[in-house]
Design a binder for this molecule. Structure first.
Ligand code: ADP
Ligand code: MG
Length: 240
């Protein structure tokens, strides 16, 4: 499980996270919504230790991410992260791109890494694209490759940061379907998203971030159906 306790994070004088508390249990899907600059991406980068925090604690299965004694490289293997865009290595095929981390980070034998890459690429619907170069694929296919790449490390947790925001509207569905499939398989996930229908359909809980504060969290029914916080109400009204 992921435990976030009173996390404060500043960039210089700018306090970006102002005491975030959130526990994500095994198998749970939590979506984070909120305006631009509210701290959503920063929280994800703190969870996998890409960014230090100023105070508070983040624990992954009981291990404190920011403790000096923590082996961050090892901990990060448990946490897959997919961003809005991932720049694949253009001179490597899709298969080679997905094999890279299992080979380099886990030191896997080539045949094992290949088997895992094929399995995960097949899982996200890219079995036909193994030997293609990334820039020959659509944006939606590239995002599914990025998901396969993260899955190839057998993570326990997946963090998604607006993975459909850079896509043509026509391609959003195929990527959201992939996330939905992972959710249904029981993957524990935190999804920062602008896709309200996705947040409503797939999440166990939805959190609304406003100016570095988790202003509200609840089931999709609660948050979308009867938002309590005026800022949540304003945000939801603005995007409808
Ligand atoms: P969101 O993902 O909700 O749009 P972010 O977490 O990206 O918000 O950013 C929150 C705030 O932190 C913004 O004001 C942003 O400009 C600032 N910020 C994010 N990353 C950095 C950084 N590396 N250095 C300085 N400021 C940053
Ligand atoms: Mg962001």
């Amino acid at each position: 499980m992921i435990e976030i306790e009173s996390v404060h994070k500043s960039f210089g004088k700018l306090e970006v996270l102002k005491g975030i508390n959130l526990t994500v249990n095994k198998g749970e899907v939590v979506s984070i919504i909120g305006g631009s600059g509210s701290g959503k991406s920063t929280l994800l980068t703190c969870i996998n230790g890409l960014e230090p925090i100023n105070s508070g604690k983040i624990k992954i299965d009981g291990t404190e991410v920011h403790a000096k004694s923590t082996d961050l490289n090892k901990l990060r293997q448990k946490i897959g992260i997919v961003f809005q865009q991932w720049n694949a290595f253009p001179h490597l095929t899709v298969l080679e791109n997905v094999m890279l981390a299992p080979r380099k980070v886990l030191g896997m034998a080539k045949s094992d890494a290949e088997a895992i890459a094929v399995k995960n690429l097949t899982h996200v619907g890219l079995a036909e694209k193994l030997s293609v170069y990334p820039n020959r694929m659509s944006g939606g296919q590239q995002q599914r490759m990025a998901i396969a790449r993260a899955l190839a490390m057998s993570p326990k947790y997946m963090l998604f940061d607006e993975v459909t925001s850079a896509l043509d509207p026509m391609l959003v569905g195929e990527v959201l379907d992939t996330l939905k499939m992972l959710a249904e398989e029981g993957m524990t996930m935190i999804c920062v998203t602008h896709e309200m229908a996705f947040a409503r359909d797939v999440s166990d809980r939805v959190a609304f971030f406003h100016q570095g504060v988790m202003a509200e969290i609840g089931t999709p029914e609660q948050l979308f159906g009867a938002p309590q916080n005026p800022e949540t109400q304003k945000f939801l009204a603005s995007i409808r």
